[in-house]
Structure formats: structure tokens, C-alpha cells
Design a protein around this ligand. Structure first.
Ligand code: ATP
Ligand code: MG
Length: 552
């Protein structure tokens, strides 16, 4: 469907109505990651949505780090998030924002609430606080500290800030309604004591605002028009609005929720992904099997394919699971159109062309891409000894096997038709070499004797090729919903998610190709050099995805 007549999603409808009625003059969105891990495919959806809406409606999108919990956050994550957002093709408006930029303002607003009689310092322990809060079916009961005087609260809050209390000794809470049917409204915590240094503010603070007290106010300070988050925050919306109504904020943002992106055979939870990293199940956050943006980049996904996938997933308020094959489809589609072709033999088997002179070489010409002249031509040296894939030869086979068989013909891609005569074996009976003959005058032509080849296989010259390592990836999990049915998600790990092939032979052009080129290795799939392990002396290719869906 073209951009023009694509139906509007529910958020676009809201925005268009807001622009029409004048409630909103300029669309301003934000993407608000917490820097406590690397971004994953679920975040990509939020990025594409927030930056995409700003772009579509001529507005702006901020990147704001939601950094209210210093103990779990780190600059490594801040840096990776910036890189990932840019790589996906988006640019935030102005400087990067941090919730911590607003700590002074939030502190003032906390004092404002105390002065209004709308916040108090509560000495209940975390556990007592939970008890007093009640349940969904039982109203909470007021904290015994709820009636402290404004003066006393101001003094105690100041002492909290100065570090005079231990962690957990007290907290600042809003005075709302302990019997409210929405549990979020039962005197939520605004500030906690945390004697931790912060990656942005250092040791300036030992009290930190809660997510709820920081988020909407950050939106208000930045004049966000549409604050878009995932459905689990729906219940927080009344509290979001309460703060906006009860504080002297400069703008009145609104929160809208959409459903999270879930993908089968995948996990989209930073906590679980972190566990895979910490327990060294994978080679870091950017392991090519990880559903992180950095892992997908390393594996060879393109920004375009990820954006397309996020668009196909749609924006709704109903929870659902997107089939991972949709993602595989979008990357195949992009690479099929744009990836130059090359030949690479993954499991080499030597073929000696006995009727081809040992000292002769020819150069075969092959297109860079079957229908993209702009991708030029490849020169393929051809000689008496070549490598084909072990899977492409059998001593005997039925008609369905359209590759090389003794006494039968096959075409070498972009070169001659050959016919196999003999399989040479080692003492254990393994085939170590094949003797075959070229059929004269068959480059780009059918043979004069009319006996055609049934199939086409790829090959490389045994003399002139480039050694490379190829890493094949399979899904990281064997089950559609890893960890479902009371099992831990670790129990659904696929033990065969990585296969490393160390003696592959690629066509010589691969040695000098740009590191960033995505290739289709003909008949094998799409490949991309591994940014961590590939070097000119030791090429390492990751298989991004196979040519077609073969997963069972
Ligand atoms: P996780 O559950 O993986 O820890 P999170 O929601 O805690 O994710 P944040 O850094 O807070 O991670 O997320 C930043 C933004 O991305 C939020 O607005 C959040 O709603 C959105 N987001 C996170 N996961 C998804 C997802 N699976 N689908 C869509 N949006 C998501
Ligand atoms: Mg979060």
C-alpha cells in the first residue's frame, strides 16, 4: 500500500484531530529510553513511531534518557542508544535530553506540592508501604505520617536531600487517595533515597524522583504534545494527569498508549537479554543472534528493513505477537533488490576438470546483480581445479537432485557445463575429490550435442579464491514463546543457533570489497562481514538470512 492511501493508525487520527481543532499547534514527540541496556526490536517500533509521527506532521522528536535510577544505568548504554537511533535513520531535535536535566526543577515542584499540602514525608518501610497500599479489591489505609505539618515535611524533605537519612528510611509521597480504585493513585512515591552516584549528575543528589514523578513533568518541560508509551502505562495515566493538573507546568502534554511489539521465537525484554549477556550465552549485546538493534546491525540487517518491519507490525491497542518470518521477509526483500551477488563455497570439495589444460586460465564475467546494471560486473578466474560445495555432488541420485552426479551434467554458474566421471575417496570412503570434464563451448550456451544440464551450481577457482570464515545463525529460541508454560526462557534456547564454518572459499572480489557491503552468496543466502571479527587477513561473514524460509 502506498504511503498516500494507507489508513491512519489510531494515534495519527488523534493527532490530525488535535491539529484540526487547534489543541496542538506543533507535533512534538519523544523517545524516552532508560539507559539500562541496549535497544531491541521492540524499541525500534517505538522509535519508528515517535520519530515517524514527528516527520509526517512536520514536528519534532526529542531523545530523552529516562535516567532516574542511577544504580542500573550506565554511559555505555547511553552511547549505544544514540548510535542505534541514528543508525535507524533518525535525528532527534536539538541536544539530547535527560530526565536528570530536570532534577532541580522536579525538586522545586516536590517542595511546591508539600507547600500545597499535597505531599508528605513518609517513614513507613517499603514493606509497610506495600501493606498499607491495599490490593485491587481492598482499599488502602492512610499512612500514620500523612498528617505531618507542611513545616515538618519541608524540614524532613530537606534532610532527605542532605543525606541525613539512610536509604529506605523514608520517602516523599503525594497525598491523593488511599481508597482510589486505581492503585497508582494511592499516595504514590515521588522521591526515594538512593546513595548512588549518577552518570550525569555525579554525587549531587542522594534522592531520586520516581518514574511517575519525572516522566510527565519532563514531557511538560519539553512541551511534548503527544507522549506515546506502551500499554502497561495506561494505569499510570490518571497519575500523569494529576501531576500536570497540580503543578505549575509550562505545557499540558497527554499520554497515549499502544501495544508492545512482541515477536515470536524472540524475547523483547532488556532484563532477559541482559541475562543472556551476563551468563555469556551470547557474545555480548551485539551478538548477531540477539534481537537488539546492534546485534541485528552486526548480523547484516539494514535500517530500511527494520523500519519496514515496524510499519508492517502496525500501531494498535491490542496485544499480539508478530511472526518473526515477517522480519525475515523484510530483510530478504531489501537485500534481494540491493545486495550484489557473489559466489562462496561453504563446504569445499575439489573438482579437477581433467580435459582442461593445467596451465590455462580464463576470466568469466558475471553480473554484479541480475537486474541492477549499476552494480557492475565481476571477473571470475577459471582454471582446471575448482571448488564446489560438498552438498552439490553425489555419486548417484534421483531426478529431483539437480546438481552434479557421476555421468551427469551440471552448469557451473557463469561458466561451463561439466560432466562428472569419477569420485576419488580416502581410505575411510569419504569423497575427497571429483574428476570431471568441461563440455567445450558451453559458456553462456547450450551444448552442441543437445544434452542440457539439469541444474546450476556455484563454484570458485581453487587457485584464485579467498579463504573466509562463515557463521550461520539459527533462531536463538526453539519455541514460539520462549519461557511459556512455566519454564524459564533459558530452557527454550536453541543449542544449534550458531554454526561456524572455518574453511570456506569465496570469489576473489570479496577480498577487496567494502566491509559494509551486503552480499548475496548465490544459492546460500545474504551475508555481511562481522564488524568485530572480520579483517582483511581473516574475512568473517555472518549469514544475515537464508534465501528462503526453510525453518521447521
Ligand atoms: P524492557 O521491557 O525491554 O526493559 P522498557 O519499556 O523498560 O523495555 P524503556 O527504555 O523504558 O524500556 O523503553 C523506551 C521506550 O520504548 C518506552 O516508551 C517503551 O514503551 C518503548 N518500548 C519498550 N519495549 C517496547 C516494545 N516491545 N514495543 C514497543 N515499544 C516498546
Ligand atoms: Mg521502561
Amino acid at each position: 500500500m502506498s504511503e498516500v492511501n494507507k489508513p491512519l493508525n489510531f494515534i495519527e487520527k488523534i493527532i490530525e484531530e488535535d491539529l484540526r481543532t487547534g489543541r496542538v499547534k506543533e507535533v512534538r514527540t519523544r523517545f524516552p529510553p532508560e539507559p539500562n541496556g541496549y535497544l531491541h526490536i521492540g524499541h525500534a517500533k517505538s522509535i519508528v513511531l515517535n520519530f515517524g509521527l514527528a516527520k509526517k506532521y512536520g514536528g519534532k522528536c526529542n531523545l530523552r534518557f529516562d535516567d532516574t535510577n542511577p544504580t542500573k544505568e550506565d554511559m555505555e548504554f547511553v552511547d549505544s542508544i544514540k548510535e542505534d537511533v541514528r543508525w535507524l535513520g533518525f535525528q532527534w531535535d536539538g541536544d539530547i535530553k535527560y530526565s536528570s536535566d530536570y532534577f532541580d526543577q522536579l525538586y522545586e515542584w516536590a517542595i511546591y506540592l508539600i507547600k500545597q499540602g499535597k505531599a508528605y514525608v513518609c517513614d513507613l518501610s517499603q514493606e509497610e508501604t506495600r501493606e498499607y497500599r491495599g490490593t485491587l479489591t481492598k482499599p488502602g489505609k492512610p499512612s500514620p505520617y500523612r498528617n505531618r505539618s507542611i513545616e515538618e515535611n519541608l524540614e524532613l524533605f530537606e534532610k532527605m536531600r542532605r543525606g541525613e537519612f539512610e536509604e529506605g528510611a523514608c520517602s516523599l509521597r503525594a497525598i491523593i487517595d488511599m481508597a482510589h480504585p486505581n492503585m497508582q493513585m494511592r499516595d504514590p512515591v515521588l522521591y526515594r533515597i538512593k546513595k548512588a552516584s549518577h552518570h550525569q549528575t555525579g554525587d549531587k543528589w542522594c534522592i531520586y524522583p520516581s518514574y511517575d514523578f519525572a516522566h510527565g513533568q519532563g514531557d511538560a518541560i519539553e512541551c511534548i504534545s503527544h507522549s506515546i508509551c506502551t500499554l502497561e502505562f495506561e494505569e499510570h495515566r490518571p497519575l500523569y494527569d494529576w501531576f500536570i493538573e497540580n503543578l505549575p507546568v509550562p505545557c499540558t502534554p497527554h499520554q497515549y498508549e499502544f501495544s508492545r511489539l512482541n515477536v515470536n521465537y524472540t524475547i523483547t525484554s532488556k532484563r532477559k537479554l541482559k541475562q543472556l549477556v551476563d551468563e555469556k550465552v551470547v557474545d555480548g549485546w551485539d551478538d548477531p543472534r540477539m534481537p537488539t538493534i546492534s546485534g541485528m546491525r552486526r548480523r547484516g540487517f539494514t535500517p530500511k528493513s527494520i523500519r519496514k518491519f515496524c510499519e508492517l507490525a502496525g500501531v494498535t491497542r491490542t496485544d499480539g505477537v508478530v511472526d518473526v518470518s515477517t522480519l525475515e521477509f523484510t530483510i530478504r526483500e531489501d537485500l534481494n533488490e540491493n545486495a550484489p551477488r557473489a559466489m562462496c563455497v561453504l563446504h569445499p570439495l575439489k573438482v579437477v576438470l581433467t580435459n582442461y589444460p593445467e596451465d590455462k586460465t580464463e576470466t568469466m564475467i558475471a553480473p554484479g546483480h541480475p537486474n541492477r546494471d549499476d552494480l557492475g560486473e565481476r571477473k571470475l578466474p577459471f582454471g582446471r581445479d575448482i571448488f564446489i560445495d560438498q552438498d552439490d555432488f553425489r555419486e548417484s541420485a534421483n531426478k529431483k537432485y539437480k546438481r552434479l552426479v557421476l555421468g551427469k551434467r551440471v552448469r557451473l554458474r557463469n561458466a561451463y557445463i561439466i560432466e562428472a566421471d569419477e569420485a576419488i575417496k580416502d581410505e575411510d570412503g569419504n569423497i575427497v575429490e571429483v574428476h570431471a570434464r568441461i563440455i567445450e563451448d558451453t559458456v553462456g550456451k547450450n551444448p552442441a550435442d543437445g544434452i542440457k544440464a539439469k541444474g546450476v551450481i556455484h563454484w570458485v577457482s581453487a587457485k584464485e579464491n579467498v579463504d573466509c570464515e562463515v557463521r550461520l545463525y539459527d533462531r536463538l529460541f526453539t519455541e514460539p514463546e520462549p519461557g511459556a508454560g512455566g519454564k524459564g526462557f533459558m530452557e527454550s534456547l536453541n543449542p544449534n543457533s550458531l554454526t561456524v564454518l572455518t574453511s570456506c572459499k569465496g570469489e576473489i572480489g570479496l577480498a577487496t570489497a567494502d566491509k559494509e557491503t551486503h552480499f548475496q552468496f548465490e544459492r546460500e543466502g545474504y551475508f555481511y562481514q562481522d564488524c568485530k571479527h572480520s579483517s582483511p587477513d581473516h574475512l568473517v561473514f555472518n549469514r544475515t538470512i537464508g534465501l528462503r524460509d526453510t525453518w521447521k
